[in-house]
Design a protein around this ligand. Structure first.
Ligand SMILES: Nc1ncnc2c1ncn2[C@@H]1O[C@H](COP(=O)(O)OP(=O)(O)OP(=O)(O)O)[C@@H](O)[C@H]1O
Ligand SMILES: [Mg+2]
Length: 256
């Protein structure tokens, strides 16, 4: 009912060519399923992203890919190249591993970047931010900004500052505007805890970092043996959003 050709001429990137669906199978989600499989294949092969070409005169096709977070990369005549950086999920067994993961993320960051952290109380958002701060070489300590909503940690190595925001007590998107982050975000790396749905308006591009706590093991249904401070498995899902992350080797840097 449908076909896609894979183009493997570019390193770490999977090209999709001649994506086609039998007219009888149209509007049944066949194309979506095929794209999902192609993305799975790219992930299994350790690739960072996907590229493809669409024709300018086929806006429905462009919409199809845009809807799946593919973005225009360049245009050559009426041919538009679209691309997507793939997301990743990683198991993080303890707080040190969380800081290590953040240190790897830090190698990809530059001034103006925005990270939106989500996860329940005690998931490890501040722990992640600490790892980021250490790796960026900013003045610490990075702690939960409980009594201030935003705290700036200046760089001690001539790099970008780290602006650490706790949006937990912010009621609305309007309030994040009130704290006037715009003035600082351009020359800083900004991390917002609890910022999903609010912080995104600060930038066209951001990294969404979701931390999930694994359900307690069957032998310890309430997780009582572990306690808050002890090490516990987390699953961290990192999703790139926006042009900033096109072509960034997210998976090979964070999984390799
Ligand atoms: N795998 C893990 N990753 C991160 N932290 C872990 C892990 N296992 C245990 N911990 C512990 O969980 C706690 C996480 O606290 P942290 O303040 O980072 O969470 P938070 O998400 O910022 O919480 P809050 O919502 O209150 O801001 C720390 O005490 C940390 O040592
Ligand atoms: Mg916190």
């Amino acid at each position: 009912m449908g076909a896609i050709l894979f183009d493997r001429t570019r390193p770490a990137m999977l090209g999709l060519k001649r994506v086609s669906v039998d007219p009888l199978g149209r509007d049944r989600g066949v194309a979506s399923v095929m794209v999902g499989v192609a993305e799975d294949v790219a992930e299994e092969r350790g690739m960072d992203g996907i590229w493809l070409h669409v024709r300018e005169e086929l806006p429905d096709n462009i919409r199809f890919w845009s809807h799946r977070h593919y973005l225009p990369v360049r245009q050559d005549g009426t041919t538009i190249e679209m691309g997507k950086t793939l997301w990743l999920a990683r198991e993080v067994p303890d707080a040190d591993a969380m800081r290590d993961l953040a240190a790897r993320v830090a190698t990809l960051l530059r001034a103006g970047d925005l990270l939106v952290l989500t996860g329940d109380l005690g998931a490890g958002k501040t722990t992640f931010t600490q790892g980021l701060g250490e790796a960026l070489g900013v003045r610490g300590p990075v702690t939960s900004p409980t009594f201030v909503i935003a705290r700036t940690h200046p760089s001690e190595v001539g790099g970008p500052a780290l602006v650490h925001v706790d949006a937990y007590r912010l009621g609305s998107a309007a309030e994040i505007d009130d704290i006037d982050l715009d003035a600082t975000t351009e020359d800083s790396v900004t991390v917002v805890e609890w910022g999903a749905g609010m912080a995104e308006q600060l930038s066209d591009s951001w990294l969404s970092i979701a931390i999930e706590t694994r359900a307690a093991s069957p032998g310890d249904p309430l997780g009582t043996a572990s306690g808050v401070e002890s090490d516990e498995m987390r699953v961290v899902t990192i999703r790139p959003r926006g042009r900033r992350w096109l072509g960034v080797p997210l998976r090979s840097t964070l999984l390799g």
